[in-house]
Ligand binder design. Structure first.
Ligand code: SAM
Length: 210
C-alpha cells in the first residue's frame, strides 16, 4: 500500500536533464548526502533521523529494500529522504556537479570470483561519476568486510587520483586505523551478518578535492 501511496511522493524522477538535489527537498535542506545500495535502509534511516537538516538520496534496485525504507519514512515521518529505486549510475549521471556533501557505499556486493569482479560497483567509471557529483571537502565512506574488495577500493582510488583531475584523500594512514566503526556510522544488516560470520569490516573515509 505505502508503495502505491507514499513511494511516488519520495521517488526521484530522472526526466530532467540535470537534477540539483537540494530542489528535491521541502522543507529546504542545508546539504545533500547520497547512499548507494542502501539494502534495507537501516543506515539511511538512522542518518535521516539524526541529521534532519540534511537531505539524503538513496539508490537501491532491490524492491523489497525500497519498500522497507518507505515504511521507515512513514513510521518516523521523515521529510528528508528521496529514493531512486534503480542503478545509482543513472542518478549520478544527472546530478548537478559538486552538489553532494557526503556519499556512502556500504558493503557493495562482493562479486568474489575473478570473472565477476568487473561487476563490482567501485570502478573507474563510478568513481569519476561520484567525484563529479561531490563538492570539495565532501566525504566518501566505503565499508567492506571482504579484504580483496577493500584492497580493490584503495587501488581504484589511487588510480583515480593518478589521473590528476580530482582526489579522494584517504583520511587514515593504514587499514589498522579503519577497524573501529565511527560513532556516527550505524551498523547495516549486511554488517551484522558479516560479524556473525566472523568477517572483519573496514571503514574507509576519503576527503574529496576537485
Ligand atoms: C551486499 S548488499 C549491502 C546492502 C546494505 N548497504 C547493507 O550494508 O546492508 C549490496 C546492495 O547494493 C545494491 N546494489 C547493487 N548494485 C547497485 C547499483 N548499481 N546501484 C545501487 N545499488 C546497487 C544491491 O541491490 C544490494 O542491496
Amino acid at each position: 500500500m505505502l508503495m502505491e501511496t507514499l513511494f511516488p511522493k519520495v521517488s526521484i524522477s530522472l526526466e530532467s536533464p540535470e537534477i540539483e538535489p537540494k530542489t528535491l527537498f521541502e522543507p529546504a535542506v542545508a546539504e545533500v548526502w547520497l547512499e548507494i545500495g542502501f539494502g534495507g535502509g537501516e543506515h539511511l534511516s538512522w542518518q535521516a533521523q539524526n541529521n534532519p537538516q540534511v537531505g539524503i538520496l538513496g539508490c537501491e534496485p532491490f524492491i523489497n529494500g525500497v519498500a522497507k525504507l518507505v515504511s521507515e519514512i512513514d513510521t518516523h515521518g521523515l521529510k528528508n529522504v528521496r529514493i531512486h529505486a534503480d542503478d545509482a549510475r543513472f542518478l549520478l549521471e544527472k546530478l548537478t556537479p559538486r552538489s553532494l556533501a557526503r556519499t556512502f557505499i556500504l558493503y557493495p556486493d562482493p562479486w568474489p570470483k575473478q570473472d565477476q569482479k568487473k561487476r563490482r560497483f567501485v570502478n573507474a567509471e563510478t568513481l569519476a561519476l561520484i567525484s563529479a557529483a561531490m563538492k570539495t571537502g565532501a566525504e566518501l565512506r566505503v565499508a567492506s568486510d571482504i579484504p580483496d574488495y577493500v584492497n580493490w577500493t584503495l587501488k581504484h582510488i589511487d588510480a583515480h587520483n593518478a589521473l590528476g583531475k580530482s582526489q579522494f584523500v584517504w583520511k587514515n594512514n593504514d587499514l589498522s586505523e579503519c577497524r573501529e566503526r565511527p560513532a556516527d556510522w550505524p551498523q547495516t544488516r549486511y554488517e551484522q551478518k558479516a560479524l556473525r560470520e566472523n568477517r572483519v569490516p573496514a571503514y574507509l573515509c576519503f576527503e574529496h578535492h576537485s
